[in-house]
Write a protein that binds this ligand. Structure first.
Ligand SMILES: CC(C)(COP(=O)(O)OP(=O)(O)OC[C@H]1O[C@@H](n2cnc3c(N)ncnc32)[C@H](O)[C@@H]1OP(=O)(O)O)[C@@H](O)C(=O)NCCC(=O)NCCS
Length: 215
């Protein structure tokens, strides 16, 4: 059950997506926290800026336990998402996982706290998603795959069955990960890649078949 009042960590693009979802789920956005003072506020929410935005909000809030913390950090910034999860947890906010009503999550799958499953996404049988993850629009994660904390599966990506994706990896839009492979921690899989072999931690791969890209 979604608490009524949400506090967003991040107020830019991904926050727009999650604000719509929060409204759809019957919640509201009370406050946004963003490091960048140039980020426009979200209508109806109090905006707090800077690296101490959470502390500023806490100073003015009698009961933080009444609020749901929503991590609105997109892209490949999995470590930042995990940091935000830790900070919200330490401050005592609820960390619901937000699941769009038009997503399908198998009843045998698990979704960690502060993770979001967006419209059209599918999380299959016995798939296990960590905390601070994004399963973006129309992405699918098939049976028994494990997705560690902070991972982002971008729109339309397909993760086949029995895949292991390690912490803070980023799977680009429309990429396909073939069954039983492992994607290492902080690895980046480019948009549209077809991954046919396991990917080392911190590697950046792209293309079909996916290969490391040189800079
Ligand atoms: C893979 C990626 C991270 C590389 O970014 P980058 O490090 O800035 O790399 P560059 O753009 O400098 O490209 C380096 C080379 O790789 C190629 N390349 C980059 N992305 C590619 C992709 N997705 N598929 C195939 N080739 C790609 C470039 O053409 C370039 O080739 P060149 O050296 O022959 O000119 C990025 O291109 C990408 O695909 N990001 C995913 C974006 C996404 O899905 N966002 C979803 C947001 S919700």
């Amino acid at each position: 059950m979604l608490a009524l009042d949400c506090v967003l960590w991040g107020a830019s693009g991904h926050a727009k997506v999650l604000t719509s979802l929060i409204h759809l789920l019957g919640g509201r956005v009370s406050a946004t926290l963003d490091i960048n003072p140039d980020t426009p506020p979200i209508l109806g929410a109090r905006a707090y800026y800077g690296s101490d935005a959470l502390s500023l909000w806490l100073d003015e809030t009698a009961d933080p336990h009444r609020y749901t913390g929503v991590i609105c950090i997109g892209g490949g910034r999995g470590a930042d998402r995990q940091y935000a999860v830790e900070k919200f947890r330490a401050a005592g906010l609820c960390l619901n996982s937000l699941i769009h009503p038009q997503a399908f999550v198998d009843k045998t799958a698990s979704i960690g706290e502060g993770s979001h499953v967006l419209a059209g996404a599918v999380v299959g049988a016995q798939a296990c998603i960590g905390s601070g993850c994004i399963v973006n629009h129309n992405a699918s994660i098939d049976h028994e795959s494990t997705v560690a904390d902070g991972v982002h599966i971008a729109p339309g990506a397909t993760v086949c069955g029995l895949v292991q994706i390690d912490t803070s990896a980023f799977i680009g839009a429309g990429a396909v990960i073939l069954p039983r492979l492992r994607i290492g921690a902080h690895a980046v899989v480019g948009a549209g890649a077809v991954v046919t072999r396991s990917v080392a931690a911190h590697a950046v791969v792209a293309g079909n078949p996916a290969k490391p890209i040189s800079k």
